[in-house]
Design a protein around this ligand. Structure first.
Ligand SMILES: Nc1nc2c(ncn2[C@@H]2O[C@H](COP(=O)(O)OP(=O)(O)OP(=O)(O)O)[C@@H](O)[C@H]2O)c(=O)[nH]1
Ligand SMILES: [Mg+2]
Ligand SMILES: [Zn+2]
Length: 332
């Protein structure tokens, strides 16, 4: 590795701009070296000879919608090698290999969207009420996490509000399946030590809008909101963020990523034949169905999954959720 490169981690991305938290804790606003955009990685031996184009906050390169996307979809969470231009600006020379990523399913593989790289935990947050949880959406998040092979935990926030009986029933179901379920309230400040104990080295916080994701992050990373506002003002002002994901370093050194509320169900599609395998409670049964291409739906014969539902080994609610997901037109 060339000594002039410094290592950092991308904490925010907006079109072709990347905010990089350097190992010395400074923040650099970076663009990608042209060869990265064209899909060429450095070989870690030599420094690129291409001239560095100077830019400043007031003199950023023109931003257009048809900016060519970099081939690697370099994104928040990626570890990068940077050449600093000055105290505020730099150029990303290379991206280090990823250990994992969380992306939407690759049903249409030309348009993979990676939310976060190098994570080891997904924390799906819903509120027990206000808004009332959409459990089908929760199942979609969980299935996507399974599909991305990232361990998921569930947090039900706003327990200072009344917990409806139907919600309590579902909480029990998720616990029975084997998911860790944490109950929290950002208002009474409860549940957060359990929550942070369950976090890995890099945790993606996701869930629908209005459930308290940002409120929770603000408790876990004091000043996060203020920091976000300052960063956006200083660097990304007026520029629409494309990923909606922001990475924060917790005092413990662990990383936590806030993401914009997602209620767009379309976003979370998986190929139909991968859905059953991504339901943790259905998965153990799918190999016992008589037909290898069994869809485990109402018309399936000699289906071990349906049997398990009849015998009470799979909950009716989760099975109904599964049927909803496979019934979608483009889940093929
Ligand atoms: N009663 C109650 N309200 C809460 C709690 N946590 C957050 N809220 C409120 O819920 C609303 C939404 O909180 P946010 O933290 O902005 O929610 P979010 O999930 O980040 O929403 P998006 O950014 O839109 O995805 C705010 O009015 C908060 O004050 C809680 O534990 N209990
Ligand atoms: Mg938020
Ligand atoms: Zn079956």
């Amino acid at each position: 590795m060339n000594r002039e490169y410094q290592q950092g981690i991308i904490v925010e991305k907006s079109h072709q701009y990347f905010l990089v938290s350097m190992n010395d804790n400074s923040l650099l606003l970076c663009v990608l070296r042209g060869k990265l955009k064209r899909g060429k990685m450095l070989d870690f031996k030599g420094k690129s000879t291409a001239p560095i184009r100077r830019f400043s906050k007031n003199n950023l390169p023109e931003e257009t919608d048809d900016t060519p996307q970099d081939r690697y979809h370099i994104t928040v969470g990626d570890k990068v090698l940077v050449t600093a231009i000055d105290k505020e600006n730099g150029v990303i020379e290379d991206v280090l290999p990823r250990s994992s990523k969380f992306s939407r399913a690759k049903a249409e593989s030309t348009d993979e969207k990676i939310l976060l790289a190098n994570l080891d935990t997904v924390c799906v947050i819903f509120s027990v009420n206000d808004p009332y949880p959409n459990f089908n959406l929760l199942d979609r998040f969980l299935a996507l996490a399974e599909n991305n092979k990232i361990p998921a935990l569930i947090c039900f926030n706003k327990i200072d509000l009344h917990i409806p009986a139907d919600v309590q029933k579902m909480i029990d179901i998720y616990q029975n399946i084997g998911y860790e379920v944490i109950l929290s309230s950002a208002y009474t400040n409860s549940g957060f030590s359990n929550l942070t104990d369950a976090f890995g080295n890099m945790t993606l916080i996701c869930g629908p809008s209005g459930v308290g994701k940002s409120s929770i992050i603000n408790i876990i990373v004091p000043g996060a909101q203020q920091k976000t506002a300052e960063i956006s003002k200083a660097t990304l002002q007026g520029r629409q963020t494309t990923t909606g994901v922001r990475l924060f370093r917790m005092e413990s050194g662990k990383w936590i990523a806030d993401s914009a509320g997602i209620s767009d169900l379309q976003f979370w599609k998986l190929p139909a034949d991968e859905i059953a395998g991504a339901f943790r409670d259905l998965q153990p049964f799918i190999d016992n169905c008589k037909y290898i291409d069994c869809a485990h739906d109402a018309s399936a014969e000699f289906c071990a999954v349906r049997n398990a539902v009849t015998n009470g080994k799979i909950s009716e609610e989760r099975y109904a959720s599964y049927l909803t997901l496979i019934a979608e037109p483009s889940a093929e």
